[in-house]
Design a protein around this ligand. Structure first.
Ligand code: HEM
Ligand SMILES: [Ca+2]
Ligand SMILES: [Ca+2]
Length: 305
């Protein structure tokens, strides 16, 4: 239903406009591409890729921004607004906020050295948000592999999609509070997570002392923090996955994800190809099309509100 030429006549420069705003933002914030990619993920997993994550509280809207996986965590909304403003200046009323997130995700990956792909377009914007859905549908960092696999399956994504898309943790940051359960008293054992490399553990304990601030950030990829490459997978092979959910892909006994990690670690182009396909798969999660939904003029608000 979506297609790659949706704006060919109505906003032919949409990709370069989006890319230009992101390049500008990257000048002062090396992390912003990662943050934008994550917004698309957190949008698509809740009622599909419909821009629902962008709506602020107001009237009947209970913002997804206040759901547990997003609060004090998701960022980049200001850049989305800058993109929207630039697009409204060139092609007023044409490009949806949901499509902005999909285009920004591809531009962010490609600007960080990752793959490029033809983004499918034509999504429209929701008039509702689903805060409860955001709390239940987005996987958490301490969840088991089987639970995370179920959440991917619930939106039609496979185990290969899970392993490929987790490779997004090749860039960006995570706060101490999202992995500190691994550092001192893992699952009540009184010891750190045994699947954490001891040198890396020591570094993380320095960054995240017991009773320190949970909001201090650490690079998700300790080797190439801002580059989109396949080092995420060799990190897992070296017990240097930052989140429990990352390391589980390689360290869960008998898991079918192990061989996929090994293959993406040994073959960067296979990872890039699979990542691009899995991003297309994720971007296809129940979009609003045709006359459903609307083209918001402000990504934070439903039209006329
Ligand atoms: C598989 C289950 C996943 C879990 C449990 C998970 C969890 C997390 C957590 C806890 C953080 C750190 C947030 C913070 O500290 O504020 C994070 C960051 C990030 N996630 Fe995931 N994630 C998952 C999958 C994905 C997917 C599928 C993508 C995109 C395709 C993605 C992209 C990112 C990026 C780029 C960051 C860094 C964001 C930034 O620096 O602002 N993640 N993730
Ligand atoms: Ca959504
Ligand atoms: Ca990297």
């Amino acid at each position: 239903q979506l297609n790659s030429t949706f704006y060919a006549s109505t906003c032919p420069n949409v990709s370069s406009i989006v890319s230009g705003v992101i390049q500008q933002a990257l000048q002062s914030d090396a992390r912003i591409g990662a943050s934008l990619l994550r917004l698309h993920f957190h949008d698509c997993f809740v009622d599909g890729c419909d821009g629902s994550i962008l709506l602020d509280n107001s009237g009947s809207i209970q913002s997804e921004k206040d759901a547990a996986p997003n609060t004090n965590s998701t960022r980049g909304f200001d850049v989305v607004d800058n993109i929207k403003t630039a697009l409204e200046n060139s092609c007023p009323g044409v490009v949806s906020c949901a499509d902005i997130l999909a285009i920004a995700a591809e531009a962010s990956v490609s600007l960080a050295g990752g793959p490029t792909w033809n983004v499918l377009l034509g999504r429209r914007d929701s008039t509702t948000a689903n805060q409860a859905g955001a709390n239940t549908s987005i996987p958490g960092p301490s969840e088991s592999l089987s639970s995370i696999t179920s959440k991917f399956s619930a939106v039609g994504l496979s185990t290969t999609d899970l392993v490929a898309l987790s490779g997004a943790h090749t860039f960006g940051r995570a706060q101490c509070r999202t992995f500190s359960n691994r550092l001192y008293n893992f699952n009540g054992t009184g010891n750190p997570d045994p699947t954490l490399d001891t040198t890396y553990l020591a570094t993380l304990q320095q960054t995240c002392p017991q009773n320190g601030s949970g909001t201090t950030v650490s690079d998700l990829d300790p080797t190439t923090a801002d580059t989109f490459d396949n080092n995420y997978y060799s990190n897992l092979q070296n017990n240097k996955g930052l989140l429990q959910s990352d390391q589980e892909l390689f360290s869960t006994t008998g898991a079918s994800t192990i061989s996929i990690v090994n293959s993406f670690s040994s073959n960067s182009s296979s990872f890039f190809q699979n990542f691009a396909q899995s991003m297309i798969n994720m971007g296809n999660i129940s979009p609003l099309t045709g006359s459903s939904g609307e083209i918001r003029s402000d990504c934070k608000k439903v039209n006329g509100s």
